[in-house]
Design a protein around this ligand. Sequence first.
Ligand SMILES: Cc1cc2nc3c(=O)[nH]c(=O)nc-3n(C[C@H](O)[C@H](O)[C@H](O)COP(=O)(O)OP(=O)(O)OC[C@H]3O[C@@H](n4cnc5c(N)ncnc54)[C@H](O)[C@@H]3O)c2cc1C
Length: 195
Amino acid sequence: MGAPVERTRIRRLPDKAVREREALHAVLDAGLAAHVAFAHEGQPYAIPVAYARAGDTVLFHGSTGSRLFRHLAGGAPCCLSVTLIDGLILARSAFEASMRYRSAMILGTCTVVEDQVPALRAISEHLVPGRWALIRPPSRKELAATLVLALPLSEWSLKVSDGWPETSPDDAGWSPPTGVIPIRTVREAFIEGEA
Ligand SMILES: Cc1cc2nc3c(=O)[nH]c(=O)nc-3n(C[C@H](O)[C@H](O)[C@H](O)COP(=O)(O)OP(=O)(O)OC[C@H]3O[C@@H](n4cnc5c(N)ncnc54)[C@H](O)[C@@H]3O)c2cc1C
């Protein structure tokens, strides 16, 4: 279980908070892209990146020339989030319209991963299992142009919505179809090609 830290205490609909670390791992393992948020010169940014979980760490990589990566490598605080959308909840009212989702948020500061190749392999394998064995490994020059960052899973929250539409007495007289439109991300058949 993760410790309920004040900054990551879920305030709205706290019954949707999940504290089991295994559930956090499962969401991170199911996602493909994370948004990494940080502030730079007073302006918040949220940048999408590929990532992988390795134990109790999230790994992501980018260019040594990237503002995001240089800023985070310098110890700037960040917030990494992964959101999986499982469905649209169709209620009788606009107010109760909602989504089924699993949403993870991790706060912290990153460290630079010196041993880049295992981390890059972990990201590759997370996205396309088995691919690393088939592809050219990164050259020394490519590694020099790459920053790999690790964010520990120490301060985090997980919110899961898996319910059904709520109805209130004010909905009397309104009877649209109610329920859930399930949504899932599907890997379609591979399309062979090259630029
Ligand atoms: C699904 C997904 C996965 C990605 N995975 C990676 C990854 O693993 N590693 C990686 O380095 N990059 C990844 N990218 C690209 C990444 O989001 C950034 O574009 C890139 O890292 C930022 O480089 P930069 O230094 O030019 O950004 P910055 O200099 O920080 O960006 C300057 C400005 O460009 C705009 N901008 C930058 N990126 C985006 C964007 N993605 N969408 C819209 N506007 C943008 C913003 O307005 C931003 O303020 C991914 C993008 C997507 C959508």
